[in-house]
Design a binder for this molecule. Structure first.
Ligand SMILES: C[S@@+](CC[C@H](N)C(=O)[O-])C[C@H]1O[C@@H](n2cnc3c(N)ncnc32)[C@H](O)[C@@H]1O
Length: 331
């Protein structure tokens, strides 16, 4: 989300992106965003698009998708001006819907403590790569051992702090389905190229992980339904088998909808049977974070909760989990 809700000019959005999001994570995007924020020609082009389509992540992903040079800022600006027609078409057609399978490492300590087997339903699933927590390998903290299927090409390492109930095995999943306004298909090469383009240039490991997770998902593609998280969730949940624990979960999704929609979603999900796991930016679900000292969360962290009770702070890309002292049990 840009600008925490306040109205910013496009130049301000790009400068804020450089300072708040790219700095320390992507020197290239930091430099490109500063250059865009200072270039009247490119800013005028961006301002031709609807406001929600001017976001830096969308511009940079579309540029990578089309093979833009994302190194020298001056070359990038020239490329944008020259390639505006295909670039703006891609920005209008595509959305930022990064799919990060490593988030499964932070979901696993909660998933494994629920009654098995599980019927997983992911809301805002993108291509559904987080629907395979049973197919990945995991290593927590200093423990040198991995858990999970030995042959898995996806290996996730997660730093731990606090009394994280570290899993000893992966969960048993007998049903998996996803809901998304715009599901992406793991068996569509263009969709996979788009997912790859959404990853920032320096993040080679994430790119390799994406390809490995796609390989797993292609062997058994997920059941993904196109629909809205408010109106279409109950019908999909009703398809889950009755002999498994239904787990409705979501990560990095609710920041895309308004606070009113988030509240309405909580009402919908609470009326379903089974359990609900949320993994969203700190502050996205104020009710879930109530009573938690979120100041200590640090920047850009997520809050993991089971059935509306916060259990941990998590790294937004699944890289770490800090169990909250107040919550001794998630089961
Ligand atoms: C950043 S992606 C996260 C994907 C996945 N949950 C993960 O953690 O890797 C957010 C996804 O939420 C979907 N989304 C946004 N608003 C939605 C809505 N109202 N109903 C259903 N899906 C939505 C987007 O299309 C996108 O695929």
């Amino acid at each position: 989300m840009d600008g925490h809700g306040e109205r910013m000019t496009t130049a301000q959005r790009y400068r804020a992106f450089a300072a708040r999001e790219a700095r320390g994570h992507s020197p290239r995007y930091e430099a490109l965003a500063l250059a865009v924020g200072a270039d009247k020609r490119v800013l005028a082009l961006l301002d031709e698009l609807p406001e929600q389509k001017r976001q830096p992540n969308l511009l940079f992903a579309a540029a990578q998708y089309l093979g833009a040079p994302v190194g020298v800022p001056a070359d990038f600006l020239d490329w944008v001006a020259r390639s505006w027609s295909p670039l703006s078409t891609t920005m209008m057609q595509r959305r930022t819907q990064t799919n990060e399978p490593a988030r499964c490492a932070t979901l696993l300590p909660v998933l494994t403590r629920l009654p098995q087997p599980l019927a997983l339903l992911e809301v805002g699933a993108s291509a559904g790569l987080c629907l395979y927590p049973d197919a990945f390998r995991y290593r927590y903290g200093d423990d040198p051992h991995f858990l999970g299927p030995a042959s898995s090409p996806v290996r996730l390492t997660c730093a731990v702090s606090g009394h994280v109930p570290i899993p000893t095995a992966v969960p048993t999943v007998t049903w998996r389905a996803g809901l998304d306004v715009n599901p992406l298909r793991v068996d569509d090469d263009d969709d996979v190229r788009w997912l790859d383009a959404l990853i920032w240039p320096e993040q080679r490991q994430r790119r390799e992980r994406l390809q490995a997770a796609v390989q797993i998902a292609r062997a058994d593609p997920p059941h993904l339904v196109k629909g809205n998280l408010l109106t279409d969730l109950p019908a999909l949940a009703a398809q889950a088998p009755g002999d498994a624990t239904l787990v409705v979960f979501h990560s990095a999704v609710l920041s895309y909808v308004s606070p009113d929609t988030r509240s309405a979603f909580m009402d919908v999900v609470r009326r379903l049977r089974g359990h609900w796991i949320s993994n969203e930016g700190v502050g996205v679900l104020p009710e879930v974070g109530a009573g938690i000292a979120t100041d200590s969360a640090g920047p850009a962290r997520f809050l993991l909760a089971l059935d509306g009770e916060a259990v941990a702070f998590t790294g937004p890309h699944g890289q770490e989990i800090e169990w909250l002292a107040l919550c001794g049990s998630a089961g």
